[in-house]
Design a binder for this molecule. Sequence first.
Ligand SMILES: [Zn+2]
Length: 465
Amino acid sequence: MEIRRSYRYALRPTGTQQRALVAQLDAHRVLYNSALDHRRTAYRMAGVSITYYDQARELGAIRVGNPQQKACNHSSQQHTLRRLDRSFQAFFRRIKAGQEPGFPRFRGRNRFRTLTFTHGDGATFTETRTSPLRHPFAATVKIQGVGAVPLVYHRRLGEREGGQMADPVRIGTVEIIRTGDHWEAVFSCTLTVPTPKDAYPTLPATGIDVGLEHYASLADGEQVPNPRFLRKSMGEVKRLQRKLDRARKDRAAEKRAAKKRETAVVTARVAGKPIPPTPPVEVWVSTRGKKRPKRTAERRARLLSRAVARRHEKIGNQRAFFQWHLARSLISRFGLIAVEMLKRRNMARRPKKKLDEAKTKDAGQPVYAPNGAAAKSGLNKSIYDAAGGLFVQRLSSKAEEAGCLIVGVRAAGTSQECPRCARKTPKTLDERWHTCPCGCSLPRDVAAAQVIRARGLTSVAVSAA
Ligand SMILES: [Zn+2]
C-alpha cells in the first residue's frame, strides 16, 4: 500500500547560504508579482484570461534576458507560477460560489516564504551514515545555487512509528520555507508500506465529538480536556499584542513629531529665523543604573511584532504535537472512529454586516446594526482552538496505515438527538446535559459522540451491504 507522508526538518544554513536563499526567495517573489501583474493587466485592458501554460511558455524568454531569474532553478520557477495559478483558481471558484473574495495580492517580503522544488531537480536529499552511536545518520539537502545545507536530522526520512523504515520512499517535492528567523525543509513523500489488516471489528468502534468545553468527547464517556498550554500561550499573545498596539501608536506619534519638526526647520530657514534646537535623546536607565538611548517606537514595534509571530508559531507547534499525540492514542485503541463532517467555515464565519436603514438616513452615512460580531468572535477563537478540521485531517492521515477506519458522518443535529431512543431532544448551546424521558442521562457531548458513532456504524453497514 502506498501512503503519502511529509517530513519536516529544521535547516542549519551558513550565513552565505542564508543570503543565497534570501536572494532566491526574492527572485521568486519578483517572478510571482510580475506574473500576477501580467494577468491583472491583461484582464483589465482586454478582458483576457492568461493561463499557467501561457506564463510557463514565456518563462524561457524571461530567463534569457534576466540574470536574476536565470540563476534560479527552472522547474522551481514553474512551481511558483503554478502557485499563482492556484490562487487564481481559488479566487474564481469563490466568485462562482457567490462569495466576495479579494483579488490575489502582490506579495511583500514577509508574505513570500516558500521555494518549491521537484526533488532531484534543483534540490536533492542525501543521507549519510556517521560513526557515532547516538546519531548514526546525518542528512543534507543540496539546493541549486546554495549548496549542501545540513538538516537537523531528528528522525530518518521514511521512518514510521515504532522505528521501522518504509521501503521504498519516493520523494516528490521539496519545500524550503522561511519561518520567522529560521529555515525548514519539507519533503513530501510516497511510502510503500505493508497493507494493514482491518482493525475493526477486532478493536471497538467509537464516535468523537470535537467541542469547546472539552477538546474531544468519546462515545464511551471519556472526555479529553482542553490542553492548558493553549490558554496560557493565548494569554501571552494577548499581552504582547497589547504592547505591540501601543508601540505602533507611539510610532505614529513619533512620525508626526518628526514631520512637524521638519516643517518647523524649513519655515525657520525660509524666514531667516534661528533653527529650533534638536530635541535631546531620551535615555533609558536600568534599575542597576545602566544607561542607553531609549529604543525608538519604531524599533520596539519591530521587536514586538517578531515576538508575536514567534509566539503564534509556538502555539501552532504545540497544537500540532497535542493533536498528533491524541490521534495516535485513539488509533491504537479503536478500529473505527466516526467523526462529524464539520462545516467549520460556516461556523467560524464572521456574521454578515446589516445596514441599519433608519439610522443611515438620519446620519447620512452607513450605520451598521449590532450583529453580535464581538460575541461571536470569542466563540470563533474557541472553534479555531479546537481546530476540529485540522485534527480530523491529522487523525485520518495516521489511521490509514494502521487499518483504522475513519467515517465522516452528517453533522446536522447530533446534539439534538437521544442516542438511546433516537427521540428529538432540542437543546440550546448552554444546556450541557442530555436528559431524555427514556431515562438516558449523559453529558451533552458524550451523547453527541454516541449519536455520531451510531451514524458511522449505519453508514458502514449500508456501504457493505
Ligand atoms: Zn431517549
